[in-house]
Ligand binder design. Structure first.
Ligand SMILES: NC(=O)c1ccc[n+]([C@@H]2O[C@H](COP(=O)([O-])OP(=O)(O)OC[C@H]3O[C@@H](n4cnc5c(N)ncnc54)[C@H](OP(=O)(O)O)[C@@H]3O)[C@@H](O)[C@H]2O)c1
Length: 409
């Protein structure tokens, strides 16, 4: 797609983000992007847009040769895959915010773009308004990355902030997050860490060229956290955050996980509170850089969608440069974490699973152990899945210590 071509858009979805981008485009006439048709699911709903724009017939958009851009903003990942694959297959450019669909179909989506010489952009799928993907893709295209880590789910961060700072119980904090619109009525994907794992799968591709099955990324959400964990955190000066982390541990292996994490005050993530997101990019040359902002919401998310639509004016495509570096990075379990486990019964935890134990503590209500454990041992530990046990990793767990990267000369 080139500058001289007007963008004629077929929009799927008119919910929080879909209606947002409709309004934003109306106020951005310089972009020369026109929404020709909007496909929704429930025709009976009242819409804040002319009735003739709406249809429930997806084919009307997919088969319209005038429509050269499909903007997919629906909440059904299976239907989204049908729409996006058909659109790319017919040579239309696509903008999507659907992290679940993109993470699940990444390999096929890469191939579809190549086969049809077209573009799929999805900045809004990872941290809403924060330009994570475009930065990884363009700015850090040649600087080798040591790590990408961050708070990439706003719902859980809101809940944890309330638990950490106000001493709220998990259920109370979740209810408040739902009342304020920071958590879905069905929060399962967020609180179990699955949403963050989907986003991490996309980050892994743009940071290291890895195509991974998001189901293989180890993730633990926040449902097992116990009030005693917040007490421990406060005593030690930490804040508990749900952190997604990709970290290079040697020349080919990358550690990848989503785990509750003790974050200290020196970390940029310490002050990422409430519904905000923040991502630290650890680069070999520039050291650490930090991006912060709103990971969700109508207009923050629309801002990323708008930026992607605008990029299509100059024919922008992700080049997936990290897939062509000549290094085949892979997700690996071959690294060590420093871990805290709290439990009701200390005998539930197999202490032999640890490489070393730093501290054990026992009170009537709660016990805990801290120590070092290899990641593959942790992943396979039966006690990890006991809902009475809560597992929190210490930030910067030193995964690279055993594999110090050589200094630049
Ligand atoms: N909300 C955010 O802050 C945010 C942030 C980042 C990414 N995202 C992603 O953006 C996407 C949209 O989220 P949202 O919050 O805007 O969702 P939403 O408010 O629930 O709206 C979903 C829209 O999709 C339509 N829809 C569902 N299935 C459809 C189908 N098969 N064909 C056509 N239309 C269909 C619905 O139609 P009806 O109106 O007729 O029901 C509705 O308009 C999701 O992938 C989400 O993960 C959202």
């Amino acid at each position: 797609m080139t500058n001289d071509k007007k963008l004629i858009i077929g929009l799927f979805g008119f919910g929080v983000v879909g209606e947002g981008i409709y309004r934003v485009l109306k106020q951005t006439p310089t972009l020369q992007a026109e929404i020709k048709k909007i496909c929704i699911r429930h025709p009976e709903k009242k819409r804040n847009a002319p009735a003739e724009l709406f249809t429930t017939d997806a084919e009307l958009l997919l088969n319209d040769a005038d429509i050269n851009v499909i903007v997919e903003l629906i909440d059904d990942s299976d239907a989204a895959w049908e729409i996006v694959s058909a659109s790319l297959g017919s040579g239309k450019a696509v903008v999507s915010a659907n992290k679940k669909m993109i993470a699940a179909h990444l390999a096929e989506l890469l191939q579809l773009q190549l086969d049809n010489n077209t573009s799929l952009l999805y900045e809004a799928a990872v941290c809403g308004s924060i330009p994570v993907i475009r930065n990884l893709e363009e700015y850090y295209d040649n600087d080798m990355l040591n790590s990408v880590s961050g708070i990439i789910n706003g719902s859980t961060n809101y809940i944890l902030t309330r638990m950490n700072e106000d001493g709220m119980a998990y259920d109370e904090a979740l209810k408040l997050a739902q009342q304020l619109g920071f958590a879905e009525s069905d929060p399962t994907l967020d609180v179990l860490g699955t949403d963050a794992a989907n986003k991490l799968a996309i980050i892994l591709n743009h940071a290291y060229g890895i195509v991974s099955d998001p189901a293989d990324i180890m993730c633990k959400g926040i449902t097992q956290l116990h009030p005693a964990d917040s007490v421990y955190a406060r005593e030690k000066g930490y804040s508990i955050k749900l952190v997604a982390r990709a970290q290079r541990v040697n020349h080919t292996d990358v550690a990848a996980y989503v785990l509750p994490t003790f974050v200290g005050p020196r970390s940029q993530l310490f002050n990422v509170r409430f519904e905000f997101n923040g991502v630290i990019i650890g680069t070999r040359l520039a050291d650490e850089q930090f991006i912060y902002g709103k990971g969700a919401g109508r207009y923050p998310t629309s801002s990323a969608v708008l930026s992607d639509i605008a990029a299509l004016r100059y024919g922008y495509k992700y080049e997936y440069k990290k897939s062509h570096t000549g290094v085949d990075y892979q997700v690996s379990d071959n690294h060590v974490l420093r871990l805290y486990v709290s439990c009701r019964d200390i005998n539930d935890i197999v202490q032999d699973d640890f490489i070393s134990i730093d501290e054990t503590y026992s009170s009537q209500d709660r016990k805990y152990i801290t120590g070092s454990i290899s990641f593959d041992k942790l992943r396979n530990a039966a006690w990890l899945n006991n809902p009475d046990n809560s597992v929190i990793v210490f930030e910067n767990p030193g995964v690279a210590e055993d594999h110090q990267l050589e200094e630049l000369v």
